[in-house]
Unconditional design. Sequence first.
Length: 453
Amino acid sequence: MTFKNLLVSLTVCAALATPVMAQETPADNDAQSLQQLLDRVRAGRVKDSADFAAREAEFRKNRDRQNALLKKVQADILREERRSERLEKTFNENELKLAELEGLLNERLGVFGELFGIVRQVAGETRGQIEDSLISGELRDRAGPLGELAKSKGLPAIAQLENLWFALQQEMTAQGETKRFSGEVVNLDGTVRSTEILRVGPFTALTEDGFVRYAGNHRFADLGRQPPARFGDAADDLLDADGDALVAAPIDPSRGALLNLLLQMPTLTERINQGGLVGYIIILLGLGGIGIAVERIVRLGGIARKVKAQLASGQASGDTPLGRVWAVYQNTDAKDIEALELKLDDAILKEIPPLERNLSLLKLLAGVAPLLGLLGTVTGMILTFQAITLFGTGDPKLMAGGISQALITTVLGLVVAIPLLLLHAAAATRSREIVQILEEQATGMIAAFSEKK
C-alpha cells in the first residue's frame, strides 16, 4: 500500500508540474506501466531543474547589473553633492566680495552718483520735450539715445553725455530759427501730403494752406478750421517775406494750447445760432429797422437839400414841402390874418405825416428789440434749469446751451436797439428841421401879409 500510494503521489505531482507537456502529449503516448510513468516523471524533473538553473543564472546576472548601476548612480550623487558644496562655498565667497566691491564703489562714487541721477533725469525730461516739439518734424531720430540714457542703471558713457549736450544745444539753436523745410502733413481725410513748412522756432508752423499743428511721429496735421482772419493775414505776410525782412507774425508761446483754445471759440455765425429762434427774430427786426431808418434819412436829407436850395434861390417849386406851402400863400384869397394863418397851418399839417412816416415804427422796433432779448434770456435760463434738473451740475457743458442763448439774445437785443435809437434820433432831427423851416416861413409870410394890410 505504501509503494502504491507513493506512485499515485508521484503521478499527481508530475501532472501538476508539467501540465503543458501532458496537454501536448498525444493520447496514444500515454504511459502503459508504472515504469514508463516513473521515467517520464524523472525526465520532467530533470528538465525543470535545467529551466530553474537557467532562470537563476539570468536573475543573478540582472542582479549584478543592477548593483553596478546602483553603485554608479551613488557615485554620481556623491560627486554632485561635493560639487554643490564647492559651488555654494564659491557663491558665498563671491557674495561677500561683491558686497565689499559695492561698498567700495559707493564710497568712491560719492557725489557722482547724485550727479549721474540728475543726468538721467535731465535726459528723460529732454526726451519728452523733444518728442512733443514741432522741431522734431524737421530734425528726426533725436529721442532714442536720450531714452536709453534715461533708463540706464549704470554710469553713463562719455558718448552718451556728449549726445545729451548736443541734443540740448541743437534744441536751443533751433528754437531761435525761422526756417523752411519739406515735411509731411496729414490731411483732414487721413491722407498724407509732402509740402513746404515754415517753422517759427518751437511755437508756430505754417503751410501755404494756413496753420498746422505737430501730430507726432515727425508729421504735422491740418487744423479743423483756421484762426480768425487777422491771424491768417499775418501768417500770409510771414510766408511771403523774403530774406531778413521784419514782419509781424503770430506766435503761440504755449506751443499749441492757445491755438487750440482760439479754434474752440465760436465764430460770429455760431454765436448767432446760439441765440435760437428769438435771436433770429431780433436780427430780422434789426435789419428791417435799419432799412426803414436808412430810407427815412436818405429821403429826408434829399428833401432838406431841396428846401434849403429853395430858400437860397427864393423860387417856389411844387415838388417840395416848402414850395407847396409857398403856393398856398401865393394863391390864397384870405381877407384877414386869421384865415391865412389857418390855411398855412393846414398846409404844414399836410406836410408833416410824409415827413414823419415810419418814425414811430422805427422807435417801436428800438423798444421791442431789448424786450425780445429779455425773452430770450428767460427762455435760455429755463433751458438751463431743465438741464440742471435732469443731469445735475456735474457737467457744465450741459448747461452751456441755455446760458449761451440767454446771453446772446440779450446782446442781440441791445445791439439792435442802440443803433435803431440813434438812427431814429437822426431821422427825427431831420424831419423836425424841415418842419421848423416850414413854420418859420409860414410865420414870415403871415408877418408880410399883416404889413400889407
